[in-house]
Design a protein around this ligand. Structure first.
Ligand code: AMP
Length: 285
């Protein structure tokens, strides 16, 4: 397996992409923070199917972490990430360091209002500003035709769609379905933080929001269904940030009836580990 080409500067990234573009090739970008798992690799596969060239970025973005969050302990495993990307068919990996992304004097932020007020935005002040800023930079640095983001971070996907629209960035944003373990737990780089006992409890998050979605499809009211889900998770030892039933486009509380597509979203801690997940209400339940 030949090693995947790695670049660490914006100039090198641009020269690769410019060459492909000149040859009329379609370029996809998959932004990640590394510690790659099958969820990330599914994004690469999806990108492969829609573009001639796939660029994956690996950058643990310091400005999207709060002061008491896990920036320092976030898993870093560049060598095995590069192996995985070679096998998954990535063409180029962009691995900038902190100074390349945020040189001395960096003083700009991109802030998406409204969509970020609530849910993870309420629990993690400045998080989405950090995400919006780094995603804007990556899109401008790589200049891809399309970029792929997972529905695992559903609010993030909507924030990215909004900033691209609002700032007229010429890129198509593609959402990718959530990849799960066999027991339902959504794959996440943070799952390695879970103790064996917490790992056993963790799949209950997905089971519970799926149950909430099924109850909504049967006609139960949004508040009652969400509250029942919250109680169930609390009883199992989760510390809840939110269990919410929201409009899939605006993330506002529902103003009308539950519809297929209505989203059930949750964030909860098991010990020190914050897990997030979401499901859509389906037409039949
Ligand atoms: P991260 O490295 O956690 O920033 O994630 C990079 C990208 O992978 C984001 O677009 C995530 O939404 C996506 N992603 C993370 N976990 C999963 C998963 N289990 N299934 C699908 N996409 C995922």
């Amino acid at each position: 397996m030949p090693a995947v080409t790695t670049v660490r500067t914006v100039a090198d990234l641009r020269s690769h992409v410019a060459k492909w573009r000149k040859e009329g090739e379609r370029v996809a970008l998959v932004p990640t923070m590394g510690a790659l798992h099958a969820g990330h690799l599914s994004l690469v596969t999806l990108a492969r199917g829609k573009a001639d060239r796939v660029v994956v970025s690996i950058f643990i973005n310091p400005i999207q972490f709060g002061p008491r969050e896990d920036f320092n302990t976030y898993p870093r495993q560049e060598a095995s990430d590069l192996d995985k990307l070679a096998k998954a068919g990535g063409d180029l990996v962009f691995v900038p360091d902190g100074a390349e992304m945020y040189p001395e004097g960096f003083s700009t932020r991109v802030k998406v209002f409204d969509l970020t007020d609530d849910l993870c935005g309420a629990a993690r002040p400045n998080h989405f500003e950090g995400v919006a800023t780094v995603v804007t930079k990556l899109l401008l640095q790589a200049g891809p035709d399309l970029a792929v983001f997972g529905e695992k971070d559903y609010q993030q996907l909507l924030v990215v769609r909004r900033l691209v629209r609002d700032l007229n960035i010429p890129v198509e944003i593609v959402g990718a379905p959530i990849v799960r373990e066999e027991d339902g737990l959504a794959l996440s780089s943070r799952n390695v933080y879970l103790s064996p006992a917490e790992r056993k409890t963790a799949p209950l998050l997905y089971r519970t929001i799926s149950e909430v979605a099924a109850n909504l499809a049967k006609g139960e009211g949004a508040d009652a269904a969400a509250l029942a889900g919250r109680f169930k998770l609390e009883a199992a030892g989760f510390r809840i940030d939110y269990v919410a039933v929201r409009d899939p486009e605006t993330l506002k509380p529902l103003s009308g009836p539950v519809k297929p597509g209505t989203r059930v979203l949750a964030a909860a801690y098991l010990g020190k580990t914050r897990l997030i997940d979401n499901v859509a209400v389906s037409a039949k339940a």
